[in-house]
Design a protein around this ligand. Structure first.
Ligand SMILES: *Cc1c(COP(=O)(O)O)cnc(C)c1O
Length: 380
């Protein structure tokens, strides 16, 4: 059976060009980037080339990029790194209720260690309020961490304005941009960003490699002890092959930005209009305009999303209820709760996230499948 993949917010396939760029670093140029002989120096050179590509893409300097093992590690390093480094100045952090668990659970750990965290509300479309943010700032606030775009409902936050508020109050601004990289043309200066997390497997690089951007002059503590890799901020032998893949992938998504964006928007808009015309009792979650180009999140009343996913799987369709990170738990997602969605709708939520290789024919197949499945599984 042909597989139709609509879960690019969970992960993406590695693109051929990315894999080809990585291959020599497994068996031919396998040197340790810290070794001084030529194979080590070649690895080091590849590492620094990847760093330049990441930096160039987001308008940063190469020395402001730190490679990590994933988006979750980047979030941990950013938030704990600032909390420990600035604890003399204050112990207050501001974030939102709809962050990824990598941010939320990091904040919860810090609360146990004596930090105070404000979790901002969001409105029914998933936006934080700039006035609530400004009113939450205290003399002890050391960090604001707000995600660029939400992984479940796709809402894109007013990042420039949030960054401006942080700057005016002399507070460091971190943004989890794991979903936004490749989908929004991010430039850290234009968006007033001080720290930014990204993860390779969300934009056609492999799983298990990420990066953290930290604006020059901001001091943060390392959270992993060991060797002096990554300017002594992240111990561990560099994963050269995957870092090379990350560099190639970010270069490609920036280069193809307009083409990919247009393609994703077309598929998403086609899907949204077809679902809304189908009379399936669907409610679109997230903002209609300010949302990720490939994201469509609908709640179907009277439907059990788990049952729907299984029926879709039988037809070769990969999609998700809420987010991949919350599967296994039956409680409605924290994001859907935060936007005020009642449980009966939250439980019937289907997240579809398109990627560069999806086609209009995929959309037709998906819509046709939903039209056949939903009336049959609707609780009467
Ligand atoms: C996927 C994701 C992460 C985690 O990235 P990993 O590389 O899987 O650890 C963090 N934040 C957001 C918004 C994500 O979508």
């Amino acid at each position: 059976m042909k597989i139709r993949y609509f879960d690019h917010a969970a992960t993406t396939p590695v693109s051929t060009s990315v894999l080809n760029e990585m291959l020599p670093y497994f068996m031919l140029q396998y040197g340790n980037a810290s070794s001084m002989y030529s194979m080590g120096r070649n690895a080091k050179r590849a590492l620094e080339e990847a760093r330049r590509k990441v930096a160039y893409s987001i308008g940063a300097k190469p020395k402001e990029i730190y490679f990590t093992s994933c988006g979750s590690e980047s979030d941990n390093l950013a938030i704990k790194g600032i909390a420990y480094s600035y604890k003399q100045k204050g112990n207050h952090i501001i974030t939102s209720k709809i962050e990824h668990p990598a941010v939320l659970n990091t904040c919860r750990t810090l609360e146990k260690q004596g930090f105070n965290v404000t979790y901002l509300n969001v409105d029914e479309n998933g936006f934080v309020s700039l006035s609530e943010l400004a009113n939450s700032i205290r003399p002890t606030t050391i960090l604001i961490s707000i995600m660029f775009a939400n992984n479940e409902i796709g809402t894109i936050q007013p990042i420039k304005e949030i960054g401006m508020i942080a700057r005016q109050n002399n507070i460091i601004f971190h943004t989890d941009s794991v979903q936004a990289i490749g989908n929004v043309k991010i430039n850290v200066d234009e968006y007033n960003i001080d720290m930014l997390s990204l993860s390779g497997h969300k934009f056609y690089a492999p799983k298990g490699v990420g990066a953290l951007y930290v604006r020059e002059g901001i001091n943060f503590e390392k959270i992993q002890d060991g060797g002096h890799q990554e300017k002594d901020k992240r111990a561990g032998t560099e994963n050269v092959a995957e870092i090379v893949g990350l560099g190639k992938a970010i270069e490609e998504v920036y280069k193809n930005y307009d083409v990919y964006n247009e393609h994703l928007k077309q598929l998403r808009n086609l899907y949204i209009s077809k679902i809304e015309e189908s009379n399936l009792g669907a409610k679109l979650n997230g903002d209609r305009q300010k949302r990720l180009p490939g994201n469509a999140n609908f709640s179907f009343s009277g439907i059990d999303a788990q049952q729907l996913l299984l029926a879709l799987d039988e037809r070769g369709i990969c999609a998700s209820a809420g987010s991949a990170c919350s599967t296994g738990s039956s409680a409605p997602s924290h994001v859907l709760t935060a936007i005020g969605l009642p449980n009966n709708l939250a439980n019937g939520t289907l997240r579809v996230t398109f990627g560069k290789d999806n086609t209009k024919e995929d959309v037709d197949y998906l819509v046709k499948s939903l039209q056949e499945i939903i009336p049959n599984i609707k609780i009467k």
